[in-house]
Design a protein around this ligand. Structure first.
Ligand SMILES: Cc1cc2nc3c(=O)[nH]c(=O)nc-3n(C[C@H](O)[C@H](O)[C@H](O)COP(=O)(O)O)c2cc1C
Length: 167
């Protein structure tokens, strides 16, 4: 299986925990985890599969460490890479901008030559609008630790099982 690089930004640790869960489910020998607050384009270059994790803050904005990291993405050659997204949001508190950060990162690299994996149907979530919904499905895995923490384990496990069929 292709080696996987997991790159996350997390303010209160929720998305960080999800990144670690994903790593554990793949196996620590198959997936490496990086915080975007200190990761480089070179760190990303060696992976065929990249998983980007971000929470959404300030009503539809990127998690703060992702702001400068968006420029780092300009220095990555995404040709032939598979990219998936995951991230934490609050569908009850911010129903119009639920996990928008995933959509913001996707928009940045949608024409980069990457193939996108790990899309998730919207059925399991109650929200009004999300920039992360592309062609009727979430571009990646939404996690809602604020309202549905009991669903997190299953959502992450199912997503990793799905990814294993797509990489
Ligand atoms: C001030 C504030 C603004 C937020 N804005 C959004 C938002 O626009 N969309 C969303 O889905 N979640 C929003 N959230 C919820 C966080 O994304 C959520 O709590 C998440 O689990 C934080 O993850 P982290 O610890 O990885 O940063 C907001 C939370 C706060 C406190």
């Amino acid at each position: 299986m292709a080696k996987i690089g997991i790159f996350y930004g997390s303010t209160e640790g929720n998305t960080e925990r999800i990144a670690e869960m994903i790593q554990e489910l793949f196996g620590a020998d198959k997936a490496d985890v990086y915080n975007v607050d200190s990761a480089t384009a070179e760190d990303m270059q060696g992976y065929e599969v990249l998983l980007f994790g971000a929470s959404t803050w300030e009503i539809g904005e990127l998690q703060e460490d992702w702001e400068p990291f968006m420029d780092v993405l300009d220095d990555v050659d995404f040709t032939g890479k598979k990219v998936g997204f995951f991230g934490c949001g609050d569908a009850d508190g911010y129903p119009d901008t639920f996990i928008d950060a995933l959509g913001i990162i996707y928009e940045k690299i949608e024409n980069s030559g990457a193939a996108f994996i790990g899309k998730v149907p919207t059925d399991d979530f109650v929200f009004d609008a999300s920039r992360a919904v592309i062609d009727g499905v979430f571009i990646g895995l939404p996690i809602d630790e604020d309202n549905e923490p009991d669903k997190t384990d299953t959502r992450v496990k199912n997503w990793v099982a799905q990814l294993k069929t797509e990489i």
